[in-house]
Design a protein. Structure first.
Length: 419
């Protein structure tokens, strides 16, 4: 009986899931490892943070996802160390052997050396982060109802978002709409003009990876919605009571959401690996790690030199996961791996109701068309029929009535106290 090679995949993001699916369909022996037993649909996290969607609507159980693929197994564990030479992985004191390895561990928040940022800001990378932001926003309104000091009330109702990329812009637009619609109904005793959403961007425009006209469009739309946009403004310090900019401007607030930077989340390795920008693992054109032909790096954790500019979107990760799976199958068959060939299907971002931006081929689109395409594409890729129906229902309710998910503070355990 011939030995069946084992492929271990670390990380159940878009890249890891796609690699596991592709290998499982060809009955390759796969072990997927992740610290959570669910896959998170990250593009919709901001809608959880702003109470448009329920938390369970953007996650899907991994064991259910691979129920029809008997050769794909799952292990919930934290990976502690990888030994490339011995081809072993240490995960919670369990040694796991592999013949091929796919590292798909994604990215983590980068605080850019800003004093106080790790301790006093809310990141937006995980489901736990999104729930914590949602709880924080709702609890600040509950607190504002009780205070009588006007300055304190304004501070409670000031929400600062650091970072003018897609996540920051989407969050700013959605939070502004939440305040102007649903929260205005829930808290009639509060003056909505006292609530402020402030977006701080270090560069000269929003959406720096999109054409300039789309960044200008997003800025104008946000300003019309009441969002205060600070361009060319770098954060120098964050405390429990304020954000300080390099020009000595102080913004007093109880809530700072950090979307300004990311680093690759590389597992600890016994042997050193070559890294590139943002501490990403340097990989060959075939996505194999330099010096280790049976190890692949995919998604946000890897860096591959290419004429195509990568922006960390889901499509890049999905296609890299497929390529890694195809190349592993080629190696198992005694064939040579092929280079990664990225097909850019375009990018979309949503700013608010009827407002979005996107690039499809050489065409830049904005407004209703971009907004509608974003909804359609993300609903299509969201795993699970129940999730899709639930999300569609919430979107329709939000669109026609300005109401979305129940605005319940789920748990105070996830809310960071700034006191």
């Amino acid at each position: 009986m011939t030995h069946q090679p084992r492929v271990v995949i670390i990380g159940a993001g878009f890249a890891g899931i796609e690699a596991a699916k592709k290998l499982g369909k060809h009955r390759v022996n796969v072990l997927l490892i992740d610290r959570h037993n669910y896959h998170t649909f990250i593009p919709m996290l901001y809608q959880v943070a702003t109470a448009i969607l329920y938390p369970h609507q953007v996650v899907y159980p991994l064991r259910r996802l691979f129920r029809g693929l008997p050769t794909v197994n799952f292990l919930q564990a934290d990976v502690e160390k990888i030994d490339f030479h011995n081809q072993t992985i240490s995960a919670e004191n369990v040694a796991i052997d592999y013949n091929y390895l796919v590292i798909a561990t994604g990215s983590q928040t980068q605080y850019l050396g800003v004093t106080g940022a790790p301790e006093n800001t809310f990141p937006m990378r995980t489901l736990t982060d999104a729930i914590a932001i949602r709880n924080q926003v709702l609890s600040r309104f509950e607190q504002a109802v009780k205070v009588t000091n006007e300055a304190e009330r304004i501070r409670l109702l000031t929400f600062v978002i650091v970072g003018g990329g897609a996540t920051g812009v989407e969050l700013a637009g959605s939070l502004s709409e939440l305040i102007n619609s649903a929260l205005g109904k829930d808290y009639p005793s509060l003056n909505r003009d006292r609530a402020r959403v402030i977006l701080v961007q270090s560069g000269e425009r929003l959406f720096p990876s999109y054409p300039e006209k789309l960044g200008k469009y997003a800025e104008k739309w946000l300003r019309r919605q009441g969002v205060k946009v600070h361009l060319n403004s770098k954060v120098s310090k964050v405390t429990s009571e304020a954000v300080y900019l390099e020009d000595d401007t102080a913004i007093f607030t109880d809530t700072v959401i950090w979307t300004a930077g990311v680093l690759a989340a590389i597992p600890q390795t016994k042997q050193p690996v070559k890294t590139a920008t943002k501490e990403k693992i340097l990989v060959e054109q075939t996505l194999q790690l330099c010096g280790y032909e049976n190890v692949y790096g995919v998604g946000d954790v890897s860096y591959v030199e290419s004429e195509e500019e990568f922006n960390g979107v889901a499509q890049e990760a999905i296609q890299q996961g497929k390529t890694a799976a195809d190349n592993i199958r080629r190696q198992i068959s005694g064939k040579i791996p092929l280079p990664f060939d990225y097909l850019n299907k375009g990018r979309l971002a949503i700013i608010g109701k009827h407002a979005g931006v996107g690039i499809i081929g050489k065409f830049a689109i904005k407004g209703f068309i971009a907004w509608f395409l974003w909804l359609e594409v993300h609903l299509l890729y969201l795993p699970g029929i129940r999730n899709r129906l639930g999300v569609l229902f919430n979107w329709l309710k939000y669109y026609f009535f300005g109401e979305s998910a129940s605005r319940i503070i789920i748990s105070t355990d996830g809310v960071r106290s700034n006191k």
